[in-house]
Structures are given as C-alpha cells and as structure tokens.
Design a protein around this ligand. Structure first.
Ligand code: NOJ
Ligand code: CA
Length: 544
C-alpha cells in the first residue's frame, strides 16, 4: 500500500483541500444500481461507447479436450469469469480455419471455424452463451489478404485463366507501376512480391508470402468479402475488428487509406447499418487514427488509439507526459463528432504491458488508469488483468511472447490444459501470476482491474463525457477533466515515482471535490488549483 507522504499530510491540513489516505478497499464489484444503469447504457446502438471490450485469443484461453490448444468450449466456460471482471464485449482474434503461418491472420476459409477451436456449432453455442450473459461478440475480419491455402488462391495461382485468376494482385515482374508501396514491415520479410511458378508471375503480399493480398479492384472480391461480413452478421455477431483495413487497395501514389479503400469501408459500414446495434473497430495506424472515422457516421464506430496504446511506455519510462498528452488531446478534440476512441495498453502485436512497464507495477497501473479514464471504449488484452508476464516460446514468431496461455491456477497446466504440453509455454512466473493466487490477494493486479472496471461501471461520463486536458505546470503530472451533464471528475496521474506537485487553472476543476479513487490532494485557491500527488500516485476527484 502506498504511503501518505508528508507533503500530502500538509496539504490535507488546508480547509479547501480534499484528499485522503488511499481508499481502503475499493469495491471489486459494481453495485446493483451501477449494473442497472450499465444495462441501460449498453442497450441500443450506442452500446459500444459504454462497453469494456476484452480481446481474447481462443487458442490461449482454455483447453477442454486436452490437446493443449484453447478452444471455443473453453472460452465459453470462462464467460462467468469475464462477466465478474466487468467485461461487456469480447473481440475474438481470428477463429477461422488457417494453416497458422500468422496465428490465424492467414485465413483459409472465411465461413468456417478452425477445427482446433471447435466447429460452427461450438461457435454458435459460445455466441448464445455470451449473449445470454449480455456479453457482445466481435469477430476479427481479415480482409486484406487470405492464406495461400484458401481455395480462391489455390485456383488463382494455378493459371492465368482460372476462375479466380484476377482475385489476387499479379505481375510479370516483382513490382508494378500502379502499386507504389513496398513491404509492410521487416518481420514480414523483405519482399512484397513472390514468384508463382505455375503462372510464371509474381503475387503481391504486404505480410508473409503465405498471405497473398486480395485484389479489391475486382468487383467480385468486393462482393464476396461484403457477403462474408453479412454471413457473420447473420450468425448474430455484434460486429467486427477490421484487420489492416487501410491497406485494401493500392495505387501508384499510395497504398494506405486511398479513396478506393475509403469507398469500400463505407460500403462495409452500409452493410452493418442494415443490422441493429452492430459496431466495428478499425485497426488504425500508429501515425494516423482520424481518417478511419470518416464523417464520424459513415466509416468506423471506433478506431484504436495506438498513439497512446503502443507508446505509453515512453511516457512512463522517459518521465515526460507529452506522448500521452498529445494522444489524449487528439482524442479529445481532433476526431469528428460521433467518433469513439478505443483505448488500450496491450494487444497481441506488442510486448506484454508488464514488459513495457519494465516490470514496475505502478507504471502498469497508472497506464491502465489513463486508458480507462480517458474518453474511450477501453480494450483489455487477455491476461492484462493479471499482469501476465512474457513467454519465451516461439511457435509462429516473436509476438508469441505476448500470446502465452492464460494461467488460471497454480497447478500443473495452470487450469488451462490437462495436456503436459500446452501449444505454447506459459509466460514467466505463472505460479504467481494466475487467477487463483490473484483472486485471493487484495493487492493483486486482478483485484486492481476489478476495482477499476467496477468504478467506471454504469457512469456514462467515462465512455462519452467531454475530455478536457489540463495544462499542469509540472510535466510529470498528467491531468484531465471528464464531464457530462450529470457529473464531472478530475483525473490526475503521476508519471514519476517521486512526490509531485503542480498547479492548474481552477476553471475546469470547479471545486475541490471528493477523492473517489487513488490518493492525492486537490486544493482550490482562487483561480488556481494545486495538485499534490504522492510518488507513483494517481487520483480521481468527483468535482461535480
Ligand atoms: C494485424 C494483426 O494485428 C497482426 O497480428 C497480423 O499479423 C497482421 N495484421 C496481418 O494480418
Ligand atoms: Ca483444445
């Protein structure tokens, strides 16, 4: 438990100061009133603005048939755990048949289930069970490319006259004048063109050679992929997470979110809008999020805030708030009306948050608070709620360090599998970092996440209230106000392990409010408000 530092004790003596010792034990469960309010907020087309979404890798959640591979019945059996955690929706990483060259992001059939995970009946049972618990389900829509084992590509590569000859992007040379882009990233190889001897032509791929890019200049591809979306919507899924969607169409001058791609996204949105209460989130780009929203109504409901989600470590490890401040400022005012930010501190593509925080729990917790308290729909990557550590096994590529199986118990197999050999080794310290141990520990990461989610629950202000960044005169403090017609909060997070003080103009602070989360003091004197924050600390004040 953090100490109340002398400087804080001093501040507490002032009459206009609010602050307190760390709230003894914040509830790990929302009240029935909060739950009732949450049910209202989560009903109807705006549900996604008020949800907490959990990114699940089915392969690593829970194995029910002892083959060492997590499966859909396994995830179904964990729905109660997720519900208790405070999860309102689950994003499933790809669940379709795959040769597994890119962990399922190489799809061999868009309309079936990976047999390792179960069959369509198992998916339908999972979906029904999730819906019965009022948990929505988003599936990963990977449209830029298929697996080279997809029937379309097998046909396309066979000859220049096959039925699918023009479904992929072919060239006589390893380049094309109308495609002005190279490889997507070093981990996916140096060459974007691979020779297919049967056609004596090269095919284009932004990722691994086993992931040929579809040709979206072919109307048949457009129709078929939109029909794929319909297929899953007809099954009853609540929407999609759209993989590298900006890369669909290429041109001589650009390959990222070119007008033809925007046009496709609008068509996809049109498909979703024919179904009630559906939403989709874009895998946007670290360097640009705003274009994915379009007008705010015609493209994505949500887009990932990678500028914060993938760079928060710099803010904490470098001690400067600029990275976080700039990202949040853009989300506060830079998006079109109607846009909803999707915040995160981890995903299957980056190192575990524990690694990014360099194994320092307070940095992890403060980073998570920013993600939960900013104006966004927070996404929690499975195991993040435990502080799951990195693994060292590699089945696909180095990103497997953040894709290790969940650790549910201390026992061998950690409650994940009865097999002596899980598909991928557990991460480090799974004997301590598991649900069983953390469940019983009031200071664990799991308890902290439960408190965080319970604290937010049923308060519309966190999902949609205005976000006003505060210009604190101390760069080690990040502070902002969240407000709507009903209530207002001041959030302050320290990026430093030393005690910090800072002032802000009192206009946005309204009054020295009640400390409702964390530990700090807020003193309002005239036009200025002073924040006194213990080392590694944070606080939320209810100011209206
Ligand atoms: C983005 C996904 O998040 C990543 O895991 C995958 O490798 C690429 N897209 C290719 O689909
Ligand atoms: Ca299994």
């Amino acid at each position: 438990m953090r100490k109340v530092l002398p400087v804080l004790a001093l501040a507490l003596a002032c009459s206009s100061t609010r602050g307190a010792a760390p709230a003894a034990a914040l509830p790990t469960h929302a009240t029935p009133e909060q739950d009732a309010r949450a049910d209202q907020l989560l009903t109807g087309p705006d549900w996604y603005r008020h949800a907490v979404v959990y990114e699940a890798y089915v392969r690593s959640m829970s194995d029910t048939n002892g083959d060492g591979i997590g499966d859909l019945p396994g995830l179904t059996s964990k729905l109660d755990y997720l519900k208790t955690l405070g999860v309102d929706a689950i994003w499933l990483m790809p669940i379709m048949p795959t040769p597994f060259k890119d962990s399922g992001y190489d799809i061999a059939d868009y309309r079936a289930i990976n047999p390792d995970y179960g069959d369509m009946a198992a998916f339908e049972a999972f979906l029904a069970a999730a819906h019965a618990k009022k948990i929505r389900v988003l599936v990963d829509l990977v449209l830029n490319h298929t697996s080279d084992q997809h029937a379309w590509f097998k046909d396309s590569r066979a000859s220049k006259t096959s039925a699918h000859a023009d479904w992929y992007v072919w060239s006589d040379t390893p380049s094309r004048a109308d495609i002005g882009c190279g490889t997507y990233g070093p981990q996916f190889g140096e060459q974007a063109w691979t020779l297919e001897p049967a056609r004596n032509q090269y095919y284009f791929h932004r990722f691994y050679p086993q992931q040929p890019d579809l040709n979206y200049r072919n109307p048949a591809v457009v129709k078929e992929t939109l029909d794929t979306a319909k297929f899953w919507l007809d099954k009853g899924v609540d929407g999609f997470r759209c993989d590298v969607i900006g890369l669909l169409v290429e041109s001589a001058t650009g390959c990222d979110m070119i007008p033809e791609t925007l046009d496709y996204i609008r068509q996809l949105r049109g498909v979703l809008d024919r179904y009630p209460d559906r939403a989709m989130v874009a895998e946007s780009k670290i360097t640009s999020v705003t274009p994915y929203f379009g007008s705010g109504k015609d493209m994505f409901h949500m887009a990932f805030d990678f500028p914060y989600g993938y760079f928060w470590g710099l803010a904490f490890n470098g001690g400067s708030r600029k990275i976080a401040f700039d990202a949040l400022s853009t989300a506060a005012t830079g998006y079109p009306p109607g846009a909803q930010d999707a915040s995160l501190i981890g995903s299957h593509d980056v190192q575990r948050a524990w690694t990014i925080a360099r194994g320092v729990a307070w940095k992890y917790r403060r980073a998570a608070e920013i993600s939960m308290f900013t104006k966004a729909t927070p996404f929690v990557y499975y195991g993040e709620e435990l502080g799951l550590r990195a693994g060292s096994g590699v089945v696909v590529d180095t990103r497997d360090s953040a894709r290790t199986p969940m650790a549910w118990t201390r026992a061998p197999g950690h409650g994940f599998t009865t097999s002596p050999k899980p598909w991928l080794d557990f991460g480090e310290a799974a004997d301590e970092t598991n649900v069983e141990i953390e469940d019983a520990d009031p200071s664990s990461m799991l308890t902290f996440y439960r408190q965080l989610l319970a604290f937010r629950r049923g308060h519309a202000v966190w999902g949609t209230g205005d976000l006003v960044m505060l210009d604190v005169d101390n760069p080690a403090l990040l502070a902002f106000v969240r407000k709507n017609a009903e209530e207002a909060y001041l959030v302050v997070v320290s990026l430093s392990e030393d005690p910090q003080e800072g002032s802000v103009a009192a206009t946005e602070v309204m009054r020295a409010g009640e400390l409702v989360w964390g530990n700090a003091a807020l003193t309002v004197a005239g036009a200025s408000a002073r924040l006194t924050v213990p080392g590694a600390g944070s606080a939320v004040f209810k100011v209206r």
